[in-house]
Design a protein around this ligand. Sequence first.
Ligand code: NAD
Ligand code: MG
Length: 389
Amino acid sequence: MKDEKNGGKKIAILGSTGSIGTQTLEVVRSNPELKVVALAAGSNVERLEAQVREFHPEVVGMWSEQAACDLRTRLSDLNVRVVTGMEGLLEIAVLPEIQVLVTAIVGMIGIRPTIAAISAGKDIALANKETLVTAGHLIMPLAREKGVSILPVDSEHSAIFQSLNGEPKGRVEKILLTASGGPFRGRTREQLAHMQVEDALKHPNWSMGRKITVDSSTLVNKGLEVMEARWLFHVELEQIQVVVHPQSIIHSAVQFVDGAIIAQLGIPDMKLPIQYALFYPDRKPMDGKRVDLFEMGQLTFEKPDLQTFTGLELAYKAAKQGGSMPTVFNAANEKAVALFLNKSITYLQIPELIGSAMEQHRVILEPTVEQILETEMQTYEYISGRISH
Ligand code: NAD
Ligand code: MG
């Protein structure tokens, strides 16, 4: 990774006002060698203004034109450029000064900026898993061609990345992808039928954005992570085993060809994987709570219940079919989760809608970005049609 000795490391964050975005800025706050060149967010003008005043980026992006106007007025005393929409995200992604782009945006909106940044030779600290799930076949070869690193921010993938460190290539037997099991671990389908938004938003170990919190409760998040791991670490689907580990202390592990298992443990805190991605291959000091194994006493493991949490089963199916099917899985889930959060559908309608969207889709092998985005739109329309009838 290209690191400038004098000016520090220059980064841009897409999705700076969200859960990963604000934690990335906390990491910046305690590491003065990181310099924020650009920030972008959806519509939270107030939070973005405060971030600009604290971190002094040169460019900021607001998705909506109206929010951008408001931000320009608020920041008229500063010398900062405000850009908007997809054009703005693409402009930020390729700014000549930046070395690392942190993708902390939610959803497939991240595909085009990620591809643009890789094409311009930027390393990617990747939180935005939906991008890799739907366009991994385009992103990974491009990254290899351009010699850029895709550094995982997702805690499980960071754990796998850390466990692989220094091991010879091609010596992986299996990836043990851990899952907390979410707030509904151990529940039956009958019980799940009655779950409300408030129940799904109570994650036992992690505090995250709303969409990913619901995805953790359905195990769809784990399904997306299986697909993410496959692209990041070039393994077969059969080599990825999901292990339910309710304490969330082992963040994932790798089993090698000699049977050795190397794992990364830590308290659940996204700042560690974020900091590791930003300074890789260095490991910087970090304050905070440590794992106390005596206090923990026990670490436990279970098989995932695929009959109850059908979202994970559907993810495996989508991954096996490949091509545009992971896009359908992801887009259907995104739409269904938004409808659930609006209280327009019930909890179990989330996997039901994903399943029926997948059934009506004809797979496009090796889809282009345009075909991926078209498939996303068609899936959204399909689900809207299903709900309005
Ligand atoms: P979040 O909802 O808290 O934040 C999303 C951010 O993206 C916000 O800043 C929002 O303003 C911005 N955004 C949304 N739409 C935008 C648009 N059109 N243009 C510009 N900005 C836009 O989400 P999060 O929980 O931080 O998750 C971000 C990504 O990281 C997701 O892909 C998620 O799966 C992944 N992830 C999150 C966690 C976590 O702990 N939160 C852990 C692992 C992976
Ligand atoms: Mg994760």
